[in-house]
Design a binder for this molecule. Structure first.
Ligand SMILES: Cc1cc2nc3c(=O)[nH]c(=O)nc-3n(C[C@H](O)[C@H](O)[C@H](O)COP(=O)(O)OP(=O)(O)OC[C@H]3O[C@@H](n4cnc5c(N)ncnc54)[C@H](O)[C@@H]3O)c2cc1C
Length: 729
């Protein structure tokens, strides 16, 4: 199969390419416009939105900047007309955006505030009331780094000391440097840094910030609190035995990695950035709960393997499954979700231990390890569910099949896979892809019975059509339920529709009590009440909740904010089946799709598709509600508008966010123009790559010329072969 990015790689092909649109419920595809002249983006409608979508403007500007540089070089090329460049450069001047990648970079730099090393970077002595040294506390790196960093602010005394001893600062030992430091000032206690310890257990009994749940939302909140209130002490309680980690690789990448790589990725020790991108931080990042009160500059403490079982809002206190009680100043509910079960499986499992041991649910690292072990032993598996998790795991299990011959079956009640999200034509395409990967599919089927077949030693699953399937293993992946059990003891309101703790647009459930991530049903000021189950939402909502928890009305830099971010999500089943989406992406809404297809008739004999059946091409799907765009799905279109490891590229997802925010009315012609704005033909990338190559060639030529003339000058006239003649008087 052709990789989608290659499809738009030649300008000639662009000129022939047509933008096809498909409207849901239409039985055939309509060629919505003729080919764009001079590339897809330069078509008839492209001009009317110039300037409105600054990201593409910025992309064009980036290309133009290269072109301008090319033109300013002495050997300017007539391929880039001056007028064209000038226009694009003007639009670039007005662009003041921050790209998604820049935001990420900023976020990553914020992380450094709270690394274990920086815990002691307060320029002061490491004081421990328990008489321990930092090395005793198991953090020798912290001690070493803190000693080094303490020397920096004390430049003057050190310089004086250096002069007295006749040694430079660099020559003196750390001990000598420390001896010359002024007496450290103890950090003033801020309300966010006061932790009370229990005399009985030696564990925190009162903390300023408490986070229930150590997933992505909890971690993002902890970071945001620390960024707003730098001396703050945060206690995070999680019932899993791991530090916070990313769940997406559990159903995707980890199945495609070699055993030793999987082992490294599942280890919460060592250097996360080198060994793993599963865990957000290594264990060593977190302060032990027993030492939280000792952290001079605050930090994040993780209490693992403990569950909060009750929440008392009036007394601002939680009870743990250990019986410990902790009072809080501000609390976040970041409890995520758990797999939804099917009553028919529950009933069978209650009757039969064999069914119980062969029925799997999937949410966490332990589930991954257990399913991997069982799948390696099994001959057959039935995946129940045609949503994200069911599809991803069905495809991932075919990786096991390649080694062991495992039979993979997938049963789902909808007519196609991912049918709750994708319009029918894309759902059909996805089903086809999954079937081609080696998964036997049973669409439109519900599980009506589950029994243990002792003769076969397998689980027998009866389906609504009357047929039955037997397998060694069943994996139930039929969605999640928000973990809202704490609502009962707290008297909190739950969204009657989607579940989740009901919170306002500031993610607040009650005074000093917040909820974020999968567990919250929040008020989206743009799209109405929602509960979202995706990583980007967990991270961004967690960050807003954290900032609001640490807000201070007296400090203009610590103001409360509403959660307005339109989170994105992605799915990646293969190179030619990957997408990102923003907003309400729900197939019950009307959709309109646009795809960049090869020419209808191939005039040069090149293979082209005569129908729109094959959605391996890039496209944009608009989800419409009351005549407005409320969701956008970017099909086989990378987020970055051009690819360059060294440069930040404008983001298509941010353009999608902007389209949603503008609440434009969506008539078909405008949508087609809008699809072009996403550079569906990927011409910006092509132009960028062309210009990069051109610039590199020019630079090389100039360098060669400079070298040649330098050689000529240094070698004198003889070397140049030009006879020196006296200058005429
Ligand atoms: C296999 C898999 C693949 C996924 N793939 C994608 C993807 O490709 N793209 C995407 O955008 N999203 C994906 N998701 C969804 C994404 O992982 C979630 O949206 C995200 O993890 C939500 O984060 P969270 O912090 O809100 O909740 P969680 O990650 O569920 O974390 C909540 C934590 O709180 C703990 N907890 C719950 N109750 C208590 C309590 N009372 N006391 C103490 N601890 C408690 C839970 O055990 C859990 O550790 C995937 C999810 C799974 C499971």
């Amino acid at each position: 199969m052709l990789r989608f990015s290659r499809l738009a790689s030649s300008a000639a092909r662009h000129q022939r390419a047509a933008l096809y649109s498909s409207r849901q419920f239409h039985s055939r595809f309509i060629a919505a416009s003729t080919s764009g002249s001079g590339g897809g983006n330069g078509g008839d409608n492209a001009g009317d939105s110039a300037g409105r979508f600054y990201r593409i403007g910025a992309a064009a500007a980036a290309v133009a900047a290269l072109a301008a540089a090319a033109l300013s070089s002495p050997n300017a090329d007539s391929r880039f007309p001056t007028a064209q460049v000038a226009t694009a450069t003007t639009s670039a001047t007005g662009s003041t955006h921050v790209t998604y990648e820049q935001q990420l970079k900023q976020k990553r730099s914020q992380r450094r505030i709270v690394t274990p090393i920086d815990r002691f970077d307060n320029g002061g002595e490491i004081k421990r009331t328990d008489g321990l040294t930092a090395a005793d506390a198991g953090d020798s790196r912290s001690l070493q780094k803190s000693a080094l960093t303490r020397s920096a602010p004390a430049a003057l005394p050190l310089a004086a000391g250096g002069a007295a001893t006749g040694k430079s600062t660099a020559q003196r030992t750390v001990a000598e440097q420390q001896a010359t430091l002024p007496a450290p000032a103890a950090p003033a206690d801020s309300p966010g840094s006061v932790v009370t310890m229990s005399d009985r257990t030696g564990l925190p009994s009162r903390v300023p910030y408490l986070i229930i749940g150590s997933g992505f939302a909890g971690m993002a909140a902890a970071r945001a609190i620390r960024a707003s209130d730098p001396l703050s002490k945060v206690l995070m309680i999680g019932d899993e035995p791991y530090p916070p980690y990313l769940r997406p690789p559990l159903s995707k990448e980890l199945w495609r990695r070699k055993d030793d790589r999987v082992k490294a990725m599942l280890s919460p020790l060592g250097d996360m950035r080198r060994n793993s991108w599963l865990f957000v931080e290594p264990d060593s990042f977190f302060i032990e709960p027993r030492r939280l009160h000792l952290a001079d500059t605050g930090g994040v403490s993780l209490w693992k393997g403990r569950r909060v079982i009750a929440l008392d809002i009036a007394d601002k206190r939680v009870t743990l499954d250990s019986g410990d009680r902790i009072e809080y100043g501000k609390c976040l509910l970041a409890t995520g979700g758990r797999p939804r079960t099917l009553p028919v499986f529950d009933a069978a499992a209650a009757q039969s231990p064999e069914v119980a041991s062969r029925t799997a649910y999937f949410r966490n690292i332990d589930d991954f390890q257990s399913l991997r072990n069982k799948a390696n032993q099994a001959k057959s598996v039935i995946v129940i569910g045609g949503g994200f998790l069911g599809c991803e795991l069905a495809v991932s299990l075919t990786e096991v099949a390649k080694k062991t011959g495992l039979e993979v079956h997938q049963v789902f009640k909808e007519s196609g896979t991912l049918a709750h999200v994708l319009p029918p034509h894309l759902s059909e395409h996805t089903s086809k892809f999954i079937a081609q990967s080696g998964v036997a599919q049973y669409p439109g089927e519900r599980v009506t019975s589950v029994d243990w077949d002792s003769a076969a030693g397998q689980v027998k699953v009866g389906l609504s059509s009357g047929r039955s399937l037997s397998a060694d293993l069943c994996l139930v992946a039929v969605g999640i339920e928000a973990n809202t059990q704490l609502a009962e003891s707290a008297g909190l309101e739950i969204d009657p529709g989607d579940g989740g703790f009901l919170v306002n647009a500031e993610l607040e459930a009650r005074a000093d009590l917040y909820a974020a991530g999968d567990a919250c049903s929040y008020y989206d000021v743009l799209l109405g009440r929602r509960r979202v189950e995706h990583v980007n939402h967990a991270e961004e909502s967690g960050a807003v909740a954290g900032r609001n928890m640490a807000s201070d009305p007296a400090d203009p830099d610590r103001k409360r904010s509403t959660y307005q971010h339109q989170s994105s999500f992605w799915c990646n089943l293969a190179n030619t089946l990957a997408w990102d989406a923003v907003g309400l992406v729900d197939s019950r809404l009307e959709t309109q799709s646009f795809f960049a297809m090869p020419p209808l008739a191939s005039d040069d004999g090149a293979a082209g598709s005569d129908t729109a059946e094959d959605y391996q091409y890039p496209g944009v799907v608009f989800y419409l509600k009351a005549g407005r765009v409320v969701g956008i799905l970017l099909w086989n279109l990378p987020d970055e508008i051009f690819q360059d490891k060294k440069a930040f590229a404008p983001s298509r997802l941010n353009l999608a966010r902007k389209v949603l925010a503008e609440r434009q009315l969506a008539d078909p012609a405008a949508l087609q123009a809008l699809a072009r704005e996403f550079d569906v033909y990927q011409t910006v990338d092509d132009d960028y790559q062309d210009l990069k190559k051109y610039m590199e060639t020019k630079e090389r030529q100039q360098q060669q010329q400079a070298e040649a003339s330098a050689t000529a000058n240094s070698s004198g006239p003889a070397a140049t072969g030009v006879a020196s003649a006296p200058v005429p008087a």
